[in-house]
Design a protein around this ligand. Structure first.
Ligand code: CDP
Length: 319
């Protein structure tokens, strides 16, 4: 563990990592990274690296957890042994149990659970690299993965912390600020400003709490923009790919290609016939061309592709 820095904020009002007091770390999001999950997301929040996977709505096991009128939401936060400086003992501990509970509560109300009675929506988040703020990074990733899974939600949840170092409020604490600072307040909120997670470690005055919340709210708004953009980019890309894959050749393409082949065949046949058997008069004969079934092939190919497409998508959706 690094030693406590002498001061956290320099004479220019910048923090040790060069950020301004109200500046969050860079957020990068990649949507749909796991083929076997219904929804997934890889997210970097500064040096934090997390991956989230969502499965469901699906059958509840064990069955006694099933709710007759709504889906249950389960959330599992796990920190990899190699994610922190001193190797973390693998498996659940009190910290991960607490983070899983508060994170589930932060997301659950945003999901229209009443649409899926007797089912489960499972969220798993793995922290691959930790640098303070992993619960907020995990929540941001989980929220995007839920959207990627197509789970109907009232809105995305965006999270970011604020805290106090050198008697000054700062947003999105890094590792040293978290370890040696005076307060750490992770919060999560919806785009309309409803707070769904608020924890506090340390001491703050009511005024500091109020100001800090406003700073964190702005941080969450910035995170939300990145989440939204990542989802939009992902679906725009997917739509492009689907369109390319399913794009049937245009009738003109089919006709011109096949006509070309047909006319080549015909001219070869015609030339052979001309030379060997019949003589000059066959050269002008149109019936040879008409006998080649261009139209039939062309219809089968175009119809075959467009008919099959919606069936495949519907099956996938219901699975
Ligand atoms: O990660 P978050 O800020 O949500 O939770 P925390 O309990 O305040 O942990 C702060 C940081 O301490 C983590 O992000 C890790 O970088 C570090 N940590 C660690 O080094 N070893 C652990 N067993 C737990 C946390």
């Amino acid at each position: 563990m690094s030693d406590k820095p002498e001061k956290f904020i320099d004479e220019n009002g910048l923090r040790l990592d060069g950020r301004k007091l109200d500046q969050i770390r860079d957020v990068n999001i990649e949507v749909g990274v796991l083929a076997r999950a219904d929804g997934s997301c890889y997210l970097e929040f500064g040096n934090n690296k997390v991956i989230a996977a969502v499965y469901g709505p699906r059958e509840v096991h064990p069955r006694h957890q099933q709710e007759s009128t709504r889906a249950i939401v389960r959330y599992k936060y796990n920190m990899a042994s190699f994610s922190v400086e001193d190797r973390k003992r693998p498996g659940p501990d009190r910290r991960s149990t607490e983070i899983s509970k508060v994170s589930r509560e932060a997301l659950e109300d945003q999901v229209f659970t009443e649409y899926f009675p007797k089912s489960a929506i499972d969220i798993f988040v793995e922290v691959l690299q930790a640098d303070a703020g992993t619960r907020t990074a995990a929540l941001n990733a989980a929220s995007v993965a839920l959207a990627d899974a197509g789970i109907p939600m009232r809105g995305l949840v965006s999270a970011c912390a604020f805290g106090k170092v050198d008697d000054t409020l700062v947003v999105d604490l890094n590792k040293d600020e978290d370890n040696y600072g005076q307060a750490d307040v992770p919060i999560a909120m919806t785009p309309d400003g409803k707070i769904t997670l608020l924890q506090m470690d340390g001491h703050l005055t009511p005024e500091e709490l109020k100001t800090g919340l406003e700073m964190a709210q702005e941080g969450c708004r910035q995170v939300y923009e990145v989440q939204r953009q990542a989802l939009m980019d992902h679906y725009a890309k997917m739509q492009g790919e689907t369109a390319e894959e399913t794009e049937a050749p245009s009738v003109e393409d089919v006709v011109s290609d096949e006509e070309k082949v047909a006319s080549e065949d015909v001219s070869t046949v015609t030339e052979e016939v001309e030379e060997k058997v019949i003589g000059e008069s066959v050269k002008e004969e149109p019936e040879v061309k008409e006998a080649i079934p261009i139209e039939e092939d062309e219809e089968n190919e175009v119809d075959g592709e467009t008919d099959e497409e919606p069936d495949v998508e519907e099956d996938d959706f219901h699975e």
